[in-house]
Design a protein around this ligand. Structure first.
Ligand SMILES: Nc1ncnc2c1ncn2[C@@H]1O[C@H](COP(=O)(O)OP(=O)(O)OP(=O)(O)O)[C@@H](O)[C@H]1O
Ligand SMILES: [Mg+2]
Length: 393
């Protein structure tokens, strides 16, 4: 690989742990969090807050709370306020309250012994250490489900009520609990649930346009100018959208597609790189699916594969696809089927997610059907189909 041709400017901006400065389409939620915790910059210690963040996979729960944590600690620093943001992924600690608390205590009290204390004692020690250091903490419990699963009501109860055993002392710990859905806490007893559920921020799934904006931001951070064409980005946004609006999936695809571009020293991230990237994520190229297609479905698909193989475009009109099919028919010396037939083939291929279709935005000639290859590299598809068609000849 000749690195000086790399499409990347800074790959670390695509790392899953990178927390970008800007979070497109999460401004409102970021403000809401700031609002919920604004008292910490004014009346520290008089109250504690509990917030729940929910949302499907890849909707930005983790990155939102981390961005918020960085923002509020920076603000507190400016004002000379002792405030710490601590983000713990419960699953990394196997959902054990003891291990989670031990980790948190160690942040304030390095080399704290691991043995000899119960979870309850650790909780008490944590508050004591915070008293001594006169510090206030926002503790984020990410992937909170795993804590609930492992420890059940009791542990969560202890956590949520931890201030109440210390009457007349400052409230030191506020909580942000992150979970995909509220179902995980349905099993908790009513009072624990009600103390938890006071403030819920729900993150809606991203639309295709939202994903496009998020990806665009990352492109300018991570890639050299003009290396990621609009079509490529459109394809990635489309794919991430069909994966439930999962931004992580989109960013990972973007990174992998860049890797394929570099491996071939292309200098730009072509749509074919995206298809290669997807097929490397899933081995979706099911040969049996292709083998079971009818003769003309295969011919049509071969036309589509050739169309994209020779092009830097991610999308083509159905008319172009039909023309490519007609050329293939000539080559195989058969009469092309009618437009109505082809439409049926397209439905079939679309149901199998081999070729996808959508309706284009209206232009001077009205709306038209657009086709694209979502996840199979055109080269691979052509090779596979040629082999199959040779056998049929
Ligand atoms: N609005 C956004 N702007 C920029 N990047 C985003 C945004 N939303 C999500 N991301 C990025 O998408 C990826 C997934 O986000 P995140 O890890 O926060 O999702 P999550 O909701 O915590 O998912 P999970 O349920 O799997 O934990 C991360 O790389 C994150 O930086
Ligand atoms: Mg997360």
């Amino acid at each position: 690989m000749r690195l000086y041709h790399s499409v990347f400017k800074d790959e670390t901006k695509l790392d899953i742990n990178y927390v970008p400065y800007r979070l497109p389409h999460r401004d409102a939620e970021l403000h809401l969090l700031a609002e919920f915790f604004s008292f910490m910059l004014k009346a520290q210690g008089r109250m504690a807050q509990r917030v729940i963040i929910t949302g499907d996979i890849g909707t930005g729960k983790t990155v939102l709370s981390q961005r918020f944590g960085t923002n509020i600690t920076r603000e507190a620093d400016k004002r000379g306020i002792n405030l710490r943001y601590v983000h713990v992924n419960c699953r990394e600690y196997r959902g054990s309250l003891f291990l989670i608390l031990h980790h948190v205590v160690s942040i304030f009290h390095p080399n704290f012994p691991r043995r000899g204390y119960s979870a309850e004692e650790l909780l008490r020690i944590l508050l004591q250490v915070l008293d001594e250091q006169d510090t206030h903490v926002i503790l984020t419990l990410d992937e909170f489900e795993s804590l609930v699963e492992r420890e059940g009501s009791e542990a969560v109860y202890k956590l949520t009520r931890l201030q109440e055993i210390r009457m007349n002392k400052p409230q030191r710990v506020s909580l942000i609990c992150i979970l995909r859905g509220l179902r995980a806490i349905e099993g908790l007893d009513a009072s624990t649930r009600s103390t938890l559920q006071s403030n819920i921020i729900h993150l809606e799934r991203y639309s295709e346009q939202h994903l496009m904006d998020i990806l665009n931001d990352r492109v300018s951070l991570a890639f050299k100018p003009l290396t990621v064409p609009e079509d490529t980005l459109g394809l990635i946004a489309e794919l991430a959208f069909s994966e439930n609006g999962n931004a992580r999936f989109g960013i990972e695809l973007l990174w992998r597609a860049g890797k394929y571009a570099d491996a071939e020293d292309l200098g730009i991230v072509a749509p074919e790189c995206v298809r290669k990237a997807v097929s490397s994520i899933y081995a979706v190229m099911r040969k049996s699916d292709l083998a079971s297609l009818s003769h003309h479905e295969k011919l049509f698909l071969l036309g589509v594969a050739r169309l994209f193989k020779g092009s830097q475009k991610a999308y083509a009109s159905l008319t172009e696809a039909e023309r490519a099919y007609a050329v293939v028919c000539e080559e195989f010396d058969v009469q092309p089927h009618s437009h109505t037939q082809l439409w049926k083939y397209l439905q079939m291929l679309s149901a199998l997610s081999i070729v996808k279709k959508k309706v284009s935005a209206a232009d001077s000639r009205g709306r038209s059907t657009i086709v694209y290859l979502p996840r199979i590299p055109a080269h691979e598809l052509e090779k596979e189909l040629s082999t199959l068609l040779e056998k049929e000849a």
